[in-house]
Structures are given as structure tokens and as C-alpha cells.
Write a protein that binds this ligand. Structure first.
Ligand code: PBG
Length: 329
């Protein structure tokens, strides 16, 4: 037998060659940290199913975003956890609601150093836990919800949010929000569309994080996990409606959709590594079943490789810290 002439291993033979031949790199600027701010707490509160992640007080959130800016990450995505909820999610549009108050505080702290983003959805604010308002028969009412989203967009923009994360999966939400922003002097406020957002079991720990009251599921508005083509369709619609960035969520189980969307999109494509993806690696690592740091790095690298320009991940700051250490070594 002849020896091989073609030897791909040649480029893997030293750390320097491997580094130079690397196709995908992680950089702190491509990472976004999701952050939960709870109304009425003066101390950060641990989240049972997300070890290492907390519900922040306004003060602890201020400190966390200062650390995030120092680590050089690209942005933070804010979620509010209100003390009181009602049928229409009044707290979402109240200028004194927790998310709007936290947004102004955080923009004042780090608004010049990173992109302060807000989750635009009603589920944390409604007593039934759905992402929209309900009609008389208890179904999520798409067009009535758009009216609430428009008011929410104005509240977020007034609080200083620089990028609105539309995660509710209502039809027409990007166009509705873009229009109201433009009509009210917020043409510079950008829109991140959670375009291909699947009805996923991997949001489980997030429900603890925001103390969700949802009964039932979100399958009448979020995508069926088996549908690949439909993910691309949703992204195309959002691009058409004026989104500045489209997103695929969850990330790890949906790399095919991410790759498809990246192939057709002429605007940035992001991915959200969700709470369940975080919890699984943390749980396995805590049991000594997996190397935590390597698993974290590989999971985010894979999301970048599949086509994400930036990644929302609960490890954003820790991962950025590792990357900074490697660069200064
Ligand atoms: C909706 C929203 C959810 C997540 C982000 N935005 C929950 C849902 O749609 O059920 C999940 C994020 C995660 O699991 O980390 N406000």
C-alpha cells in the first residue's frame, strides 16, 4: 500500500499551525449576556435551575453590566421580572415598570460601552404567562398583541434601549414596531427579530428565571421543532418587514436552521443559546461528566461556525474573560 500523499494532519501538527488554520474564532465583542432584573429585591437571588445565574436587583445589575463592559462583550439583553402581573401585562408599558426602570439605570451605567438591549414580549408581565393578550375564547390575539408591542416599543425606546428584541412570535410584529418607532422619533432604535423561535423544551429553566405562570404551551405562535423551511420563511419575512438583525433560537439543536438563515440573509444573523442549553452543560460539569470550560467553548464555537455573527449566552462574561486571558498570554 502506498503512503498517503494528502495529509490533512499536517496542519494540525503544532499549536501554531492549528491556530493559523483555524476557521472560526470567538471574540468577546460577539457575545451578548442575557440578564434578569427582579422588581422588589435588594439582593441578587439564585435561580434554581441555572446555577451561576441570578435574578438581579437594580444595584447588582449595575455592577454586573460594569463587569460585562470591562470584559469587552458586545451587549446585554435585559429581562424584567415584575412583582405583579395582569391580563394585559400593564407592567410592560409602565415607565415605572421594572424592565423600563432597569433599562434607564443600565443605559446610564454602560450605554456608551456596549449595546443595551431589551426583550420585547409580554410573557413576564401577563398573569396567564402568554406572550400576548388573549381574546374572549382564551386564544392569543395576534393583532391586539401588536398594539401592546407598539406601546412596549415606545416605552423601551424612551428608557434608552438601543436594540429591541422582539421575541413574541406574533405575525407582523417587526413591521408594527418599526412603524411606531419611526413615527415617534426613534428611527435610530434598532430591531432584533427572534425570527425562527421554536416551541422548545430547552426554555425550561428560563421559566424559573422569570417565575413564569404559563400553563399549557406556546405552540400556537412558536415554531414546530421539526420545521426547517419555515424557520427560513420567518427570517425572510422579518428582513422584509425591516428587521436590523434576525435570530435563531434555541441555538444548539437548530444549527441547520441557523446555517440556512445565514445563507440567505443580507443582515446580521444571531443565535440564542438558551437556558436549557446552559443548564445541561452546568449539570453535567457539576457531576464531573464533562469538562466544563471545553464544553462551554465548543458549544459557542459551534454556534458561530454554523453561521451566527453573535451569540446570546449566559456564559458571555466568563467566556470573554477566558478569551482575554488567552490573548494576553
Ligand atoms: C420570551 C422569551 C423566552 C426566552 C427568551 N425570551 C421564553 C419563551 O419563549 O418561552 C427563553 C430564553 C431562554 O430559555 O434562555 N420573553
Amino acid at each position: 500500500m502506498k503512503n498517503p500523499v494528502i495529509r490533512p494532519r499536517r496542519l494540525r501538527s503544532t499549536p501554531a499551525l492549528r491556530r493559523l488554520a483555524g476557521e472560526t474564532r470567538l471574540h468577546p465583542a460577539d457575545l451578548v449576556l442575557p440578564l434578569f432584573v427582579r422588581e422588589g429585591t435588594s439582593e441578587p437571588l439564585p435561580i434554581r435551575s441555572m446555577p451561576g445565574v441570578v435574578q438581579h436587583s437594580i444595584d447588582s445589575a449595575r455592577r454586573a453590566v460594569t463587569d460585562a463592559a470591562a470584559a469587552g462583550i458586545g451587549g446585554v439583553m435585559l429581562f424584567g421580572v415584575p412583582a405583579v402581573r395582569d391580563a394585559t401585562g400593564t407592567g410592560a408599558t409602565d415607565p415605572n415598570g421594572i424592565l423600563n426602570v432597569a433599562t434607564s439605570a443600565i443605559v446610564a451605567e454602560v450605554g456608551a460601552d456596549l449595546v443595551v438591549q431589551t426583550d420585547l414580549c409580554l410573557d413576564e408581565f401577563t398573569d396567564h404567562g402568554h406572550c400576548g393578550v388573549l381574546d374572549a375564547s382564551g386564544r392569543v390575539d395576534n393583532d391586539a398583541t401588536l398594539e401592546r408591542y407598539r406601546d412596549m416599543a415606545l416605552a423601551h425606546a424612551a428608557a434608552g434601549s438601543q436594540l429591541l428584541g422582539l421575541s413574541g412570535m406574533m405575525d407582523g410584529q417587526v413591521a408594527a414596531v418599526r412603524e411606531v418607532l419611526d413615527e415617534n422619533g426613534h428611527a435610530d432604535t434598532a430591531v432584533l427579530a427572534y425570527s425562527a423561535k421554536y416551541a422548545s423544551a430547552f426554555y425550561g429553566p428560563f421559566r424559573d428565571a422569570v417565575e413564569s405562570t404559563l400553563e399549557g404551551d406556546r405552540r400556537s405562535y412558536q415554531l414546530d421543532p421539526g420545521n426547517r423551511r419555515e424557520g427560513v420563511r420567518e427570517a425572510l419575512l422579518d428582513i422584509d418587514e425591516g428587521a436590523d438583525i434576525v435570530m435563531v433560537k434555541p441555538a444548539g439543536g437548530y444549527l441547520d436552521v441557523l446555517s440556512d438563515v445565514a445563507a440567505i440573509s443580507d443582515i446580521p444573523v444571531w443565535a440564542y443559546q438558551v437556558s436549557g442549553e446552559y443548564a445541561m452543560i452546568e449539570a453535567a460539569a457539576a457531576n464531573g461528566w464533562i469538562n466544563r470550560r471545553r464544553a462551554v467553548e465548543e458549544s459557542v464555537l459551534s454556534i458561530r461556525r454554523a453561521g451566527a455573527d453573535a451569540v446570546l449566552t449566559y456564559w458571555a462574561v466568563e467566556l470573554a474573560t477566558w478569551l482575554n486571558e488567552e490573548r494576553t498570554r
